[in-house]
Structures are given as structure tokens and as C-alpha cells.
Design a binder for this molecule. Structure first.
Ligand SMILES: Nc1nc2c(ncn2[C@@H]2O[C@H](COP(=O)(O)OP(=O)(O)O)[C@@H](O)[C@H]2O)c(=O)[nH]1
Ligand SMILES: [Mg+2]
Length: 333
């Protein structure tokens, strides 16, 4: 059965029944940039919206190699033991360059791959971050309609991807290890401000004293920031994804945080803000796309290059002229 001969109704039924193959196809559909796929994808998402929203969405970030995928695998297995259904998605704008990272991640998730209570989906390769963000959001909705209780979204600590995952999730976990220097780097890159829980992984291979120093430094770093909008304090926990240490404590913490966020109304208000932010971002993206698909405008833009380089016109003035031209053109259509 190819995707094209699946009707919207069949796809929806398959997803609501939690059928992994249908969920996979639906995600492939929302990842597609073909105009015909987009309209089908949008119709599907609209149909699924009433069934969405019930999961806890957790983002997981940290530098490459700290053990994010391994943690997701062992924590996911732990959650499955607690009768939870787990979906794993990835936001990886660098996959275009690193190529093998997607496969690498899947091989680190042996507890989850093939487990009926789990669904693992690597990020689309060769798609720019804006496209990955949209596809990930729609994939979250699909997984929620399919009945997954917890959605874990892995992202590499590269550029904008952390902000993107923050905008798509209820809780952001930051994984670090001793010797990574994340106490300072994390502050510089603005991550410490965004995170809800910090995990020090690989504690199986670290001396207690070294671990305590890092916990102390991270705690000091976290205190530099004002209270979070959620009202929850950011804690530092330790774990070993490989040895399965610390998972129960982390689960209790996350469960408590989720409960508190629901009680206070923060979970809903935060998601509402995220939805409205997405409207704005999606609209901006369509505008930009429209612009770049306009050949005439591209030619006109290039026409300014020489004049700008020779300081005959300022880049800002040229932009203004291009924008006026763009607006006139759209009016004429
Ligand atoms: N000793 C130890 N090694 C770990 C632990 N977690 C992950 N690793 C190893 O760290 C490496 C990178 O892990 P991976 O999950 O791919 O990291 P990611 O890039 O953050 O997703 C792998 O070789 C893992 O086996 C841990 O808790 N203890
Ligand atoms: Mg990984």
C-alpha cells in the first residue's frame, strides 16, 4: 500500500488505533514539502487536533556525546515499565552534515526500537531547522492522537535547535557530564535560562567529589537567573543512562513537576503561548518562502549588489526599495 492510495479517513483511523505503520506514514507526510502532501497533511492535522494535547512533552538537550540517546533509551524503558507509552522524536538540524547521526541514535535505542509501547522516529534528513520544527510539531500531534503518554524530543545543542525544542515542549531537560564546562558554556549560550531540570549523566565513571563540585557549580549557575515563569525551581540530578542509576528519582521529579504545572495552570497557558507563537512564526516563514520563490525579486536583489559594495546605496535603503517593489507586485497579483 503506497501513501497515495491511503485516504485521509484510513490514515486517521490507523493513527487513532495506534498503528505504528500508519503513524510512520503520517509523519512522512507531514515531513514532506510537496504542495499536494502539505494540503493532505494539514487536513489530517486538523482532524487530529481534537485528540491531541494529552501527552507530556519533554525536550532533551545537551552537547553531542553526553548520552542523550542512551538516556532516552533507558529512561524510556523505565517509563514503559510504569505502563507509559513513549514516542521519541528528534530535532537535528545538523543531520545534513553529520549524516550518520540518525542511524547512530537509533542503534542507541535498542530497548525502544521494536517495543510495542514505544515509537522512535529520527528527524528528517536534509531539512532546514524551520522545516524540522514544523514537522516535529505536527509529529507531536500525531503521536498524541495515537495515544502516547510521554513524548521525548532529543535535540543537539547546536544553534537555534534548543530554542526550537523549548517552544515545542512542556519541560526541557539538559544533560551534561563532568568536565564538559557546561556551567559557563551553558550560561553563555542561554541554555541555563531555558532548562527545567539538569541531569549529570555518566555518574558511574565519576568520583563522588568531582560530582559534588559540578553539582555545586551548576546550582550556583542556575541561581543567577530569575524565578521561572512556571514557578518551579531548577534542580540538578545525577544519573547513569548505561547503568540505569537515578532513573526512579528523575521520574519522580518529572512527575511532580508535571503535576505542579497542571495544577497551577502553567502547562495550559504555556502551550497557548506556544500555539500563538507558532502562528506568527509559520506566517513569517510563508512570507519568506514566498519571497525566495519569487525569481523576479531575486534578480532585483542581485541588481543591488554592486551598488551596495561601492557604497552607492546603503543595504537598508536597498532593502526598503525591494520591500516596496515586493508589496506592489503582490498588490498587482
Ligand atoms: N559510562 C557511561 N557511558 C555512557 C552513559 N550514557 C551514555 N554513554 C556513552 O556515551 C556515548 C554517547 O552516547 P549517546 O547516547 O550517543 O550521546 P548523545 O550524542 O548525547 O545522544 C556512547 O558511547 C554511550 O554508550 C553513562 O551513563 N555512562
Ligand atoms: Mg543522540
Amino acid at each position: 500500500m503506497s501513501r497515495s492510495n491511503l485516504s485521509l479517513e484510513e490514515l486517521k483511523k490507523g493513527i487513532l488505533a495506534g498503528n505504528a505503520s500508519f503513524i510512520g506514514r503520517a509523519i512522512t507526510l507531514v515531513e514532506s514539502r510537496k504542495a499536494s502532501d502539505r494540503s493532505l497533511a494539514q487536513a489530517l492535522i486538523t482532524q487530529l487536533l481534537p485528540y491531541s494535547g494529552k501527552s507530556l512533552r519533554i525536550g532533551i538537550t545537551g552537547s553531542p556525546g553526553v548520552g542523550k540517546s542512551t538516556f532516552i533509551d533507558s529512561f524510556g524503558a523505565f517509563l514503559i515499565q510504569k505502563e507509559k507509552k513513549i514516542a521519541v522524536l528528534a530535532i537535528d538540524p545538523s543531520s545534513k552534515i553529520s549524516g550518520g547521526s540518525i542511524l547512530g541514535d537509533k542503534t542507541r535505542m535498542q530497548n525502544l526500537v521494536g517495543n510495542p509501547a514505544a515509537f522512535v522516529r529520527p528527524s528528517p534528513a536534509g531539512v532546514e531547522l524551520g522545516g524540522v520544527a514544523r514537522a516535529t510539531y505536527e509529529s507531536i500531534l500525531i503521536c498524541e492522537a495515537a495515544g502516547f503518554d510521554i513524548i521525548l524530543i532529543e535535540t543537539v545543542g547546536v544553534g537555534q535547535s534548543e530554542t526550537t525544542v523549548k517552544d515545542l515542549t512542556d519541560l526541557l531537560l539538559f544533560i551534561t557530564i563532568t568536565g564538559a564546562g557546561d556551567e559557563l558554556q551553558g550560561i553563555k549560550r542561554g541554555i541555563m535560562e531555558m532548562v527545567d531540570l539538569v541531569l549529570i549523566n555518566k555518574c558511574d565513571q565519576v568520583e563522588k567529589g568531582v560530582l559534588n563540585t559540578l553539582i555545586g557549580n551548576l546550582t550556583i549557575a542556575l541561581h543567577l537567573f530569575p524565578e521561572k515563569k512556571s514557578g518551579l525551581a531548577v534542580e540538578v540530578k545525577t544519573c547513569s543512562a548505561v547503568a540505569g542509576l537515578g532513573l526512579a528519582d528523575i521520574y519522580t521529579k518529572i512527575d511532580t513537576m508535571a503535576h505542579q504545572m497542571k495544577q497551577s495552570g502553567f502547562l495550559i497557558s504555556n502551550r497557548n503561548l506556544q500555539k500563538l507563537g507558532q502562528l506568527k512564526r509559520s506566517f513569517e516563514q510563508l512570507l519568506i518562502q514566498d519571497y525566495y520563490e519569487n525569481e523576479e525579486l531575486g534578480v532585483k536583489m542581485n541588481g543591488y549588489n554592486e551598488a551596495i559594495l561601492q557604497d552607492k546605496i546603503s543595504p537598508l535603503e536597498a532593502a526598503q526599495q525591494l520591500f516596496s517593489f515586493f508589496k506592489e507586485k503582490n498588490k498587482a497579483q
